[in-house]
Write a new protein. Sequence first.
Length: 564
Amino acid sequence: MSQTATPGQSLLSLRQAGAQMGSMMGSMNPRQRLIVAGGVIGVLVLLAMLILRANQPNYTVLYANLQPNDAQQVTARLDMLAIPYQTGTNGASISVPEAQLSRARLALAAAGLPHSNQQGFELFDKTNWSGSDFAEQVNYQRALEGQLERTIESMDDVRTARVQITQAHDSLFTSEERPAKAAVVVNLRDGELRTSLVSAIRHLVAGAVDHLAAQDVSVMDASGQVALSSGQQTQSKLESDLQAKIIATLAPIVGAAHVHASVAVAYDPTTSDQTQETYNPNASAVVSSNVSRTGPAAVAPASGVPGTTSNLPTSQAPGTNFKAQLGLSGPQGQETQSQTFAVSRDVTHTTRAAGSVQRITAAVVVDDAITTQPQGKKTITVDVPRSPAEMQQLQALASAAIGLNPARGDVLTVSNLPFYNPPAPPAAAGKPAAPVPWSDRLPVPLSWIAAALGALLLVVLALAMTLRGHKPAAGAHAPNPQLGVGEAMAPAAPQENETPAMPPEVEHEILNMTELLEADPDATPPEVAHVLQLKERLSERVRREPAVAGRLVQGWMNKHQEVR
């Protein structure tokens, strides 16, 4: 049957364990005690850190990318609510315990935080009856700018944004009208102002402001780099392409380092719709013709004797009536005819797509030709101007490369001018060249060598300290019977209830001097007697504290070796 330990037995067991631990610690040397104590302290510190970590709540992000003013107001509100928080990312993000997240957001939303410095149409939440029309217009512009800033900052690539708007100025006179303009400064997250982002910002601002075109919106980043419009980007790319074509065409002939080109393109990014009508006054055409008749038929019925005689105009056959034949005997008829003529006209309707090149202007500079000429026993290089025929060929090649159109007003100028080659600075006469420092002649930098030597020195010091720590303690006998100099003077550590032994050399010298004093005390000078008394005292001290004496003698021997 198992018996339950009483409190007295448990206390006794603890005392026995403590006694065993004390005896174990007493049997250790100081170094072992220090190691055990350090291990115990390390385990206790680790346990304390684990306990504190387990009791620490899990923090989650409350708000990120806050302005300094917003972060200060949010933290002040959290202090009032007694909600712990942590800040990060230079104070731009605030984290709270996960259990307090919902409470913190509801409390901050009730206080209207974070609201930053951007105010939108909430400026009109309170009616200002004493304000003027100008003040209302200014507030409207501020509200519109604030709303646009919030919308632009909601984009993924934008951290912060500032919008400045110049409203359009209407006037009765067209010459006095001014269109609306806007400028946008964005602070990006990745530092790259992409074309798609610029286009989105321009169309967003243009769609929110009356009488504002997308091309009138300037966008720049925080570093001051202005984003080019689509038309400007196309123009710049077209100029770069034409310049590269000229150099690629002439470089194999004159060399890439001996030709430079510059191209300017007059580019129109707008669309055009044209209708043209051309009239020809020398040509006419019948547009319409109308004939109308009223009354009886104008042709009389046939009468008289058939034959030739009745059909002759100069004679009248017997029995025929001329009026009746012409239809004049009865009621007369009426015939009306009208025609419309118009001048010939040609109508042409032309629609041009967005972007057209209006003019190309290019300038090309070609260096002189380089030839070699013998000069005595040497061969020198000489710059020779290019011939007119060669220049005409180069101009023809450049014109074909960029598609020159003289009818459009394109201009290409190719000139042959010597390029400037700066001469090398002459060496100082009479002064020898400065010697190269020995540190520059090393295969590796001097700093690397110094670092390697420092690391080697640290390793040597660490090994020396380690070997010194493993030396036998003073007074302990080495297992090797052959002792070095000074080790024979170190007495062995005394065992329990054992009188420490005197070194043999000391005992022999004291014995000789004692016998001499006993044989003839008067024959010994007082100085010798005083020295012998000191030796007796020293011997007694060595018997009582052999370990201290051994360390003292060993220290003397080490100092003696260092001096040697």
